[in-house]
Each structure stands twice: as C-alpha cells, then as structure tokens.
Design a protein around this ligand. Structure first.
Ligand code: SF4
Length: 338
C-alpha cells in the first residue's frame, strides 16, 4: 500500500476524488504512522474501498542495514522489480537524523568520482519508492528524522516530477511532517530543470554540485558539463538566488585536482556577486583514483576561498560512513544476482 505514500494529501484527494479531510486521515495513517490504509481512523469503509481500488500493490524490501563506526547507517532496499537502491541515515547532534534518499536506481550522468556512475541508469524511482525509503528508516530509528536530502543514487532533476511529489508528501503536515526548509534537492546541474524549479517557486532547498569553476576541469569530472555548460549553469544559479535566495553549492574536493589557489580564484570570478553558500566535502573514491586533500591542502584552499569569495559562507561537510561505503559518492548497490 506504500504507493499511496508517494503523494501529499491534496494530490491524493484530487486523484481519488475524496474529501481533503479523508485524504489527510489516510495520509496520517499511511505516511504519518506507517500503518496500513485500513487503519485510517474515521474514514468510511466505502472511501477506503475506493482508494484501495486505485492503488497498485508494491513494496520496498529491506535487505540489509549496516552501521559505520561514526554512526552513519546504510540501508539496502530491493524495489518491486528486483532493482536495488541504497539509503543513508546520518546522525545529527546525537538527537536526530537526516536521511539521504536515492531518486534513481543507478545514474546516467557518469561523474568521474562517483561509484553510482559506474552502475549506469536502470530506471527512475516512483515517488512512493522514495517516501518508502524514509518510512523504513524511520521505523528503524529511535530518534526523530528532521531532514531529508535527495543526494543518494541518481540525479533528482532527471526524475523531476516524482522527486517533487515525494518532497511534498514528506513535508505534508498530515504525514511525515518534515519542514520543507529541511528538505534539500541536489542536482549536478541540469540547467532547464533548475530554471523550471526556480520559476515554480518550490520551498525546498536547492543544492547544486559544482566541483570545478573551470569548464575544462568540470567537463573532466562531470560529463553533464558538455550538455549544460558552466556559464549557463551560473546564470541559472544567479536567477535562482535573485528570486528565491541563497543557493547551496556542493564542492567535492580532490587532492591535486580542484583545490588549488587557481581553483579558488576561478570560483571567485565565477560566483562574484551571487549569494551562495559553499559546501566543500572531501572526495570518497573507493577505487583510490581520487584522493581527498590533506589538512595543509584543505587549509590553504579554505584561506584562498576566504580571500576570493569574501562574505560567502564556506561550511565543510563531514564525509561520514566511509568504512561502510555510506559516504557521498560511494553508493553502488546492484540489482539482484549481480
Ligand atoms: S554524483 Fe550524483 S549525478 Fe553524478 S554520477 Fe553520482 S549519483 Fe549521478
């Protein structure tokens, strides 16, 4: 019945032709409490039958959950067609969790530093398959889940409608009740969808994976640069910042590749006058091809960024869960039998 969890209560009411009140009660049961549809309280049996008839069966099967030494927990799920995706639970301040969801099984974008890229794309996930990841992690957790990031396997903006549907289901006050401002959607830079997202005025936080400020360098790390070049991407970032506020830029740091003085200077030129927040994170490359910067390299890069981008918040993200391959760029589940 979890496919009902793929939509917010307004959408459910519209699609099922039921009252918003009933839709909220059903959402409260299925998403809010993770209960079966039949457990929705104060909804007439005939309404439940109607909704039940619209639903197609489907469930996510938890195959495995492993804990990393630093408290990150990685889950492996099997989708109804046998494909597999991974989800990561990230501990925050010993009091709550953030969950990193996968939006596709595999990924087509081929970023050079990313394990998911090696899988290629199998398919995009339905919205309920994303919400179901959250519900399964929540059922396994003692602490509340107060944030969601669409930063797991896949490119969310190549599965735009389903990701947005899942995000609205997750922030529905009748359901999972996650503050929309604590839901982040990350893209490698699919410019037309960034523009669409900006124009539509969604309230979730937009994150863009930048990783290099020189086109040739970015192209080598992220083939998406060929289709959506840096100058167009920066214009889309400028537009979003002007209309919706500060954009978060993720920056995967690779020793000897993109953390030099010249990289900081290029970032300064590229982003001059645009309100952004820069989140550098050390690369996690299980193949060993790319190494993270050491402390000296990081300190020099951080100081250069402070000079080149004065006033821009630079917040290094912790790269956790590495011993269990739960860190950014390390999610590489396979389909059954591989
Ligand atoms: S970093 Fe993200 S967009 Fe790039 S290949 Fe990996 S999953 Fe896809």
């Amino acid at each position: 019945m979890l496919h009902l969890a793929g939509q917010d209560s307004r959408t459910l009411a519209r699609r099922a032709g039921i009252s918003l009140e009933d839709a909220r009660r059903i959402t409260g049961a299925v998403i809010g409490r993770g209960a079966p549809l039949r457990d929705a309280r104060n909804v007439r049996r005939s309404v439940l039958d109607e909704v039940d008839a619209l639903a197609t069966p489907g469930e996510l099967r938890l195959l495995e959950a492993v804990d990393a030494r630093d408290g990150f927990r990685k889950y492996l799920f099997e989708l109804p067609d046998g494909l597999r995706v991974e989800t990561v639970r990230i501990p925050l301040y010993d009091t709550h969790h953030v969950v990193c969801l996968s939006s596709q099984a595999g990924c087509a974008l081929g970023c050079a530093f990313c394990a998911t890229a090696k899988l290629g794309l199998d398919r995009s996930l339905r919205s309920w398959e994303m919400v179901a990841q959250l519900l399964a992690v929540r059922a396994d957790s003692q602490r509340p889940i107060t944030g969601v990031v669409f930063m797991g396997q896949g490119e969310p903006f190549l599965n735009y409608d389903e990701v947005l549907a899942a995000a609205y289901a997750l922030c529905d006050p009748a359901g999972a009740r996650i503050d929309a401002r604590r839901i982040s959607i990350s893209t490698a830079g699919v410019v037309p969808m960034i523009r669409r997202y900006t124009a539509e005025g969604h309230k979730f936080r937009l994150c863009i994976s930048l990783n290099a400020a020189m086109p040739w360098k970015r192209r080598a790390l992220m083939p998406v640069e060929q289709g959506f070049p840096l100058d167009e991407l920066v214009e889309a970032i400028r537009e979003h910042a002007a209309l919706r506020g500060r954009v978060t830029l993720e920056y995967v740091m690779i020793s000897g590749v993109n953390v030099g003085e010249e990289d900081a200077a290029a970032l300064g030129r590229l982003l001059a006058g645009i309100p952004v927040r820069l989140n550098p994170i050390a690369v996690n490359d299980a193949s060993g091809r790319y190494r993270p910067p050491d402390e000296d390299e990081w300190n020099a890069f951080r100081d250069a960024l402070a000079r080149e981008l004065p006033g821009t918040p630079v917040v290094r993200r912790y790269s956790g869960g590495q011993d269990e391959h739960a860190a950014c760029g390390m999610l590489a589940s396979r389909r059954r039998g591989d």
